[in-house]
Unconditional design. Structure first.
Lengths: 233, 425
């Protein structure tokens, strides 16, 4: 049984409009959504439905054209760029479709990076990064550069990098899109385990409906609107 | 919250440089070659300046400082009697300054000009009257050990004999023009201070090369005693020449001595060797201008190389910048990362350039290359010094310029929207 706590993120009437030349495109139409602590949530839908736009706004790397974003009680509009960067660094972990590991850093150094950006001292950062790599089962690859790792291993390193700062929320935009089905299942199971064991909230997007069996809640987006919001657990 | 530490910024920057080794290497080589070109030229001009200053101070025996009655330099030639130091002045000033620190020697001098004749032909001459002992002391620090060993400057040595004031040193061109030989006789004819013609027989003790084509056919060194006799100026001098322990004390001592002499009631002016050596000043101005020209070109090449290299790096790493920004690196952190990377590249280039410069310098210095400089009457060695001052200045300026050259591309990268950067292909 999943424990559901108070919302860590509230989206209210979010609109996101992009200008393509002189044409405006509404990627999100008045989306309202609460994400609760401890949830394991998938946003799914066809290409162009607004999944990535929604994830960018949830991840505080994009601003809505209209609407309100409250994260952990903080109105995001009130933060300047540096404050928002600090806020994001402390509260949110990111897992990207293309892994986005720094190619010249080893697995361990990649995982240490968010801590070093926060100014955590070297030894402490190293210890926490090794622990994160142990959690994803890659301790013995800690000195390997990303190009020496398989796609699945790289994504596990990326998950370790996202978790190492003990975030409130991990955003994963199509984390399995570049993986085969075995690695996809393994990555989603790993995220699920981290969610269960460490109570970290996960929100990820996918277009692979097989992965939806693993989630507690799934939100279907189409044309920038929430079509369904279904709690499955 | 703190930002990423400088140590980690350096680590990331260094790894970034290693990512595209070929490009980093080419940019670094451009910087290194530019740096070594500047450092070599600076070293060459340093050697030339050093040689010319020694030539002026010790070779031409201008000394570091020259004390004369105020107005001597402007009106002295028209009315030497009025502007010459009296015997009393010479003694008093010499005594007053004899215990000053940094002064190695103070000696009276007397310049004169007139006609030199071998009995069949005559030509003009310009002579310096100097005490033989002072002449020896002036020449002690003239040549470096390497220059002495090269044998190139053997004919620049001069020597007078206090016991035989009639023995003079004539420039090689003057000796040749009058068909004189060492030990041969000639006559010097001058006007005394009172305007009377006065001629004395002289003996050619030795001939020397002045090092300057314009003076090598008319210059002579004669003993002060002979000069005083020729001018009928017993005990007098047109100036007192001071030799210091170090050329770097020149300005300091000029100020100090001027104050001291003024306080003691002497209406005199003090000129430095640089003010009196127009040739040195002309050469220095010319080389400084060439140095500035080369420096500007090299600096432009460095700025363009670094800006181009960093611009490409920033474009290639746009997605990485987006990732770093997403996981918490501030805009200022992105700027710092790329400017540090650029600074490291520039500094590495300068270090490699320094090594190239040291290697080439060694090669040039052991190759014993000689050449005839413009307006010179003899060969001189092509040598390169290590001009630490300008090497350090170039190093620092290049590091700053190299860093600044990356600032614009880095700022552009830092300003990019995170989602645009993450979506960059």
């Amino acid at each position: 049984m999943i424990e559901i706590h108070q919302p860590i993120l509230k989206l209210r009437n979010i609109k996101r409009r992009f200008m393509l030349g002189e044409t405006s495109i509404d990627a999100l139409n008045s989306v309202s959504l609460d994400i609760h602590e401890g949830e394991f949530l998938a946003v799914w839908g066809p290409s162009g439905s607004g999944k990535s736009t929604l994830m960018n706004i949830i991840g505080l790397i994009d601003n809505p054209t209209e609407g309100e974003v409250i994260f952990d009680g903080q109105d995001i509009h009130l933060l300047n760029d540096d404050a928002l960067t600090n806020f994001r660094s402390e509260k949110i972990g990111f897992v990207f479709q293309n892994f986005n590991l720094v190619p010249v850093l080893s697995a361990l150094e990649n995982v240490m990076l968010p801590l070093q950006i926060q100014g955590v001292v070297e030894e402490l950062a190293r210890g926490r990064a090794i622990a994160a790599l142990v959690d994803v089962g890659l301790e013995r690859f800690k000195n390997s550069l990303p190009d020496k790792l398989s796609g699945g291993q790289r994504q596990r390193v990326a998950i370790a990098r996202a978790l190492v700062v003990n975030p409130k929320l991990v955003i994963a935009d199509e984390p399995t899109a570049n993986l085969d089905s075995d690695n996809s299942s393994m990555v989603v199971e790993l995220m699920r385990e981290m969610n269960r064991v460490r109570k970290v909230t996960f929100v990820f997007t996918t277009h692979d409906t097989r992965l939806l069996d693993h989630v507690d809640r799934k939100i279907l987006l189409r044309d920038g609107n929430i079509i369904s919001d279904e709690v499955t657990a | 919250m703190k930002n990423i530490s400088l140590k980690n910024t350096f680590k990331l920057a260094l790894r970034g440089l290693l990512r595209n080794r070929r490009r980093s290497m080419m940019t670094m080589l451009a910087i290194a070659l530019g740096f070594s070109a500047i450092a070599l030229f600076a070293g060459y001009t340093h050697y030339v300046y050093s040689g010319l200053s020694r030539q002026s101070i010790h070779g031409e025996m201008i000394g570091h400082l020259s004390i004369s009655k105020r107005g001597m330099s402007m009106q002295g030639k028209l009315d030497p009697e009025r502007y010459m130091l009296t015997a009393k002045n010479v003694d008093s000033i010499t005594k007053l300054l004899s215990n000053e620190p940094h002064i190695k020697m103070i000696t009276p001098r007397l310049a004169l000009s007139g006609m030199a004749s071998n009995g069949r032909a005559s030509t003009i001459f310009i002579a310096e009257g100097i005490e033989p002992k002072a002449m020896a002391q002036f020449q002690e620090d003239f040549l470096t050990d390497r220059e002495k060993a090269s044998g190139l400057y053997e004919d620049s040595k001069k020597k007078l004999d206090a016991a035989h004031p009639e023995i003079v040193e004539l420039s090689q061109g003057l000796v040749e023009m009058l068909h004189l030989k060492v030990g041969g006789q000639a006559t010097m004819l001058v006007s005394t201070l009172s305007g009377q013609a006065n001629a004395l027989d002289i003996t050619v003790g030795h001939s020397f090369n002045t090092g300057n084509a314009n003076t090598n056919d008319k210059f002579a060194f004669i003993s002060l005693a002979l000069a005083r006799t020729l001018l009928d100026a017993e005990g007098r001098a047109d100036r007192l020449t001071i030799l210091l322990d170090d050329v770097d004390n020149t300005e300091l001592m000029r100020t100090h001595l001027q104050e001291k002499l003024n306080k003691s009631g002497f209406d005199v002016e003090i000129q430095t060797w640089q003010e009196l050596s127009s040739f040195y000043n002309q050469v220095q101005s010319m080389f400084d201008m060439i140095f500035g020209f080369i420096f500007s070109i090299v600096l432009t090449v460095v700025i363009m190389s670094v800006a181009n290299s960093m611009g490409m790096t920033v474009i290639e790493r746009t997605r990485e910048i987006g990732t770093l920004r997403a996981i918490g690196l501030k805009r200022s952190g992105v700027v710092r990362l790329f400017t540090v990377e650029s600074m490291l590249l520039t500094m590495l280039g300068c270090v490699v350039g320094l090594l190239i410069m040291l290697g080439v310098r060694w090669g040039v210095n052991v190759a014993d290359i000689t050449y005839v400089p413009p307006n010179s009457s003899g060969k001189t060695a092509l040598m390169v010094d290590l001009d630490l001052g300008r090497v350090m200045f170039t190093f620092l300026l290049m590091a700053v310029v190299g860093t600044l050259a990356a600032y614009m591309p880095a700022r552009r990268a830092a300003k990019k929207d995170i989602i645009d950067a993450l979506g960059h292909v």
